[in-house]
Design a protein around this ligand. Structure first.
Ligand code: TRP
Length: 468
């Protein structure tokens, strides 16, 4: 201990006890966790996947997955993290009774998933960021999809520009992560989330008040189950994982920053509902407008970048709403990226007792290297394919549809069959302080029997094991 630290100990009697950084409490916990859940998943993925998979029927499967898989896994992760007071790898090392079974692999696959997701996520965040300026400058303010397409292709096929925007995003996220959990992650979420919400509401009101908005509502809320393939069901479940930032230990890491008085099930339910609300609002911002101008919502990943600008360009005061839209989307991406970077940073600080600074630097440089594979997927590396995917698509597909669900499956199995009822009851009732035993029992039964079976069936079905 050096002199200043000794001094701090004298001044702050608790400083020695509370060595671990963490969330400060109440609202901060919900907003920081919600900040992780809300992101490009809500505003980019959710609309384009719902649009490409037929609308309401996909939404229903997504809702069921959120409830029966998403919520139980999120509660499980928060619980494991808080019990162990460790990030995912060390949480499993500490909590697993039989050290011969390598449960820590679940945490390790999470570190891998964080790198894969960040690789493409930072790139898409970079596009969104660039689009704020494109929208401001008016270059994409046109109703001609050929023009918006050319603008998008220009951006993504320029290798240096693609790398450059990714580095800007990485540097910004790294700087926030350096400030720590309470002063970086939590403080940012507290500032960003209310603004994001307000801006989103503005766009929703605009979209819903357009002539012909009703067709968009029909699409979003009137199910047509004929479009629902096994692959679409897997996609909906994978999206539920991606949306709630679960299945890779992000929520274990965040749970380790929770105070012992936090009501974990209630908090997780709030985060789930908040995230769902933001997704639905994004749907209400996009589909009514898309249908009002007779555009098809099935463009896939480019929906946000090629279709949406033409929709804004068609509407009254569209220029303003387009800027607001891309601004709110980039804000949404921030909290999600913080939580993704926090996973390897927390792992490295715990594993090698590195300082936060060293760990952050190493992770950001690592991400710049692996991220470049995704950033260059539309230019220099466009022809490099693994299993028919570019790096960008491979990272996206493999993390969402394989790593996260498989991670979630093992997390549920661990809680339901290894950690066991007694410990779960202790942990989630806050050692008897909360009178929620019935609810905890319901959670336990679902996590033990329903969640793992559902995840397994959807995975097998998605990969065509039961026939196409
Ligand atoms: N949930 C975020 C989104 O919707 C993405 C995300 C952040 C994530 N952290 C994660 C996804 C951890 C999976 C795992 O944009």
């Amino acid at each position: 201990m050096n002199a200043t630290e000794q001094l701090e100990l004298k001044v702050k009697p608790n400083a020695g006890v509370q060595l671990r950084d963490g969330f400060t409490g109440g609202l901060g916990v919900v907003l920081a966790t919600l900040g992780s859940a809300v992101g490009l998943g809500n505003i980019w993925k959710f609309p384009y996947l719902t649009g490409a998979n037929g609308g309401a029927a996909f939404l229903i499967v997504y809702l069921l997955s959120t409830l029966l898989v998403g919520l139980p896994v999120m509660i499980s992760e928060h619980m494991l993290g808080r019990e162990a007071r460790s990030e995912a790898v060390h949480a499993f090392l500490k909590l697993s009774p039989n050290k011969k079974i390598p449960w820590w692999l679940v945490g390790a696959s999470g570190v891998l998933a964080a790198f894969m997701i960040m690789a493409f996520y930072t790139e898409v965040a970079g596009w969104v960021f660039a689009y704020i300026f494109k929208a401001l400058g008016g270059g994409i303010f046109t109703t001609d999809p050929a023009v918006t397409e050319a603008a998008f292709v220009n951006l993504i096929s320029n290798p240096w520009l693609s790398l450059g925007i990714q580095w800007v995003v990485l540097a910004a996220i790294g700087l926030i992560i350096l400030q720590g959990v309470a002063k970086g992650i939590e403080k940012t979420a507290k500032r960003v989330m209310p603004v994001l919400f307000g801006l989103l509401l503005i766009v929703v009101v605009r979209s819903l008040t357009l002539d012909g908005a009703a067709a968009g509502l029909n699409f979003l809320f009137m199910p047509d189950f004929s479009k629902l393939t096994g692959a679409a069901i897997l996609t909906a479940m994978g999206l539920a994982f991606f949306k709630l930032s679960i299945g890779m230990g992000t929520m274990i890491t965040y749970g380790s920053y929770y105070g012992s008085e936090q009501n974990i099930p209630v908090n997780a339910a709030r985060v789930m509902l908040g995230d769902l609300l933001v997704s639905l609002l994004a749907g209400l911002a996009i589909f009514p407008a898309v249908f009002a101008y007779g555009v098809e919502p099935d463009a896939g990943p480019s929906l946000l970048f090629i279709t949406i600008p033409t929709v804004f360009a068609s509407m009254p005061f569209g220029h303003f709403f387009m800027v607001v839209f891309f601004l709110l989307t980039s804000l949404a991406a921030v909290g999600a990226m913080l939580s993704l970077v926090e996973v390897p940073v927390a792992f490295l600080t715990e594993k090698f007792t590195w300082s936060r600074k060293t760990a952050t630097l190493v992770v950001v440089f690592g991400l710049a290297v692996t991220g470049s594979l995704a950033a260059l997927s539309n230019s220099v590396l466009a022809d490099v394919k693994l299993l028919g995917f570019t790096f960008f698509d491979l990272f996206d597909y493999f993390s969402q549809n394989v790593l996260l669900p498989v991670g979630g499956l093992f997390i549920a199995l661990f809680v339901g069959w290894v950690f066991g009822w007694k410990k779960v009851e202790q942990a989630l009732t806050n050692r008897g302080a909360l009178k929620n035993t019935r609810l905890v029992r319901l959670f336990f039964l679902v996590t033990r029997f329903v969640t793992p079976v559902l995840v397994l069936l959807v995975l097998l079905n998605g990969f065509g094991v039961f026939g196409k």
